[in-house]
Design a protein around this ligand. Structure first.
Ligand code: FDA
Length: 433
């Protein structure tokens, strides 16, 4: 017995879910519909903060075309069962039932017409309708498994979560909060604490710690769906081009994406870079085809034969006018082929023209890193899925313990896939807890 609670002081629930985010709320409403007594605990002062900030405030809540290939993880098969049992049209059905206006953008992405708040309100309304209790500002101080009692397999102690300011201002506030702990017991415990991205929105490593407490392994975590940063000369060049956006093919030796690229003051962003970041590891080179529809090498070599007196910069300007923003072409020219820009094609060796073509059709860049968890949309890696049931999300090591959503080593592409994973994993778990 701990010093703050006696057995009778513990509140009992069938299911306790830690994390009132996308997966936690979806699991809660699914279990609640089955008549289970559900409590959702969250240390944040608001439920679903990431839902609210998602999709630029309009929440890209799912995608018409969801395939296992849109997800990465050390076990690529893990996501298949949940995704097939909870396809995207199930969630779309709920959105339509709640009369939430939405629209499709390119690549099957579905966004709210008005606000991400509509999705959060829908989830909270559905939870409330089946009696789910959501307790915010609740920090989990400890969690332990109880033996020989199926109805109360887990025991949790929580206290009031203090804001950073409160913690700094009043040392004694921390002590007071700890001395007023609340105890809970439950049959099933679901960990839905998400990943590490955007710590200011409530992200924490609690889910990983709890998993390790029960013997689970972690796949190394890293910021993903995140812009790349660059140092030295490349960084300087990129910064001067901030604001420029163009369609490119971004690739490495494993994957390529034909999507827009955005130059920013910090590095390279836009959908092409975010998607590629899911497949990038520190130290690797990325390739950017700045003119996906033009084979520049062939063009320059042909031009050399037909118009040998033409200046190379004239040729490039003529052909790239619409496809490659002028400012970008001038900057690349000054940095990469300043010595030949005023030369006639006839006076430039074929090798140099080929080199130039390769640069434009496959600019090789070595990011120094990424913007990290501060701006990343997701966390790659997480709880190793080989140690969790793909059908129920239950731990292989502890009966009654479940992991759902982003805390697992399942990372979706940009485009509504991460929410679809949150809904699907929350659903299959909510059906069984
Ligand atoms: P989620 O992060 O939603 O919820 C975790 C919850 O656990 C939070 O409420 C948190 O406060 C709580 N928690 C954490 N630690 C705790 C602790 N110690 N104690 C108690 N509670 C704790 N995806 C997509 O498909 N379409 C999109 O448009 C976007 N857009 C987007 C924009 C931005 C800026 C970000 C950061 C992310 C996205 N995403 C996205 C990704 C998507 O938001 C994400 O994958 C899901 O929210 C993951 O759902 P989870 O339930 O796993 O975690």
């Amino acid at each position: 017995m701990d010093k703050h609670c006696t057995a009778s002081q513990y509140s009992h629930y069938d299911v306790i879910i830690i994390g009132a985010g996308a997966s936690g709320l979806y699991c809660a409403l699914t279990a609640g519909r089955r008549g289970r007594r559900v409590l959702v605990l969250d240390h944040a002062n608001k439920a679903g903060k990431k839902i609210l900030m998602s999709g630029g405030g309009r929440c890209n809540f799912t995608n018409y075309f969801v395939e296992p290939e849109h997800f990465i993880g050390s076990n690529p098969h893990f996501c298949k069962s949940a995704l097939s049992r909870y396809p995207s049209w199930e969630f779309i059905g709920m959105v339509e039932q709640h009369k939430i206006p939405y629209h499709e953008r390119e690549h099957g992405q579905l966004f709210c017409d008005d606000s991400a708040q509509d999705i959060l309100t829908m989830l909270l309304d559905e939870c409330a309708a089946v009696g789910v209790q959501v307790r915010l500002n609740s920090q989990v101080d400890s969690m332990q498994a109880l033996e020989n009692d199926k109805k109360a397999r887990f025991q949790l102690l929580t206290s009031k979560a203090l804001s950073k300011k409160e913690k700094q201002e009043k040392k004694e506030a921390l002590e007071n909060a700890k001395s007023m702990q609340t105890g809970f017991r439950c049959e099933s415990l679901v960990v839905a604490t998400g990943g590490l991205s955007i710590p200011t929105m409530g992200a924490s490593g609690l889910g990983y710690e709890l998993a390790q407490q029960f013997g689970h392994s972690l796949i190394t975590t890293d910021a993903s769906l995140v812009p790349f940063t660059f140092t030295d000369k490349t960084g300087e060049l990129i910064r001067t081009l901030a604001g420029i956006s163009l369609p490119v093919i971004a690739s490495n030796d494993r994957i390529s994406f034909k999507l827009p690229l955005l130059f920013t003051h910090r590095g390279l962003s836009g959908p092409a870079m975010l998607q590629l970041s899911n497949y990038w590891h520190t130290g690797e080179t990325i390739s950017i085809n700045l003119l996906p529809n033009i084979d520049i090498t062939t063009l320059l070599l042909a031009h050399k034969k037909t118009h040998p007196r033409q200046l190379i910069r004239t040729v490039l300007t003529d052909y790239t006018d619409n496809a490659l923003p002028k400012k970008l072409l001038v900057a690349l020219q000054t940095t990469l082929w300043d010595d030949i820009k005023d030369k006639e094609l006839a006076n430039i060796k074929d090798e140099r023209l080929i080199e130039l073509g390769i640069t434009l059709n496959g600019w090789q860049l070595k990011p120094s890193g990424t913007e990290g968890y501060r701006t990343a949309e997701v966390t790659r890696g997480g709880i190793k899925t080989d140690e969790v049931s793909s059908k129920t999300m239950q731990s292989n090591y502890q009966d009654g313990l479940y992991f759902i959503g982003e805390v697992l080593d399942v990372t979706g592409w940009l485009g509504g896939y991460n929410f679809q994973w949150a809904w699907a994993s929350g659903f299959v778990c909510g059906e069984i807890v």
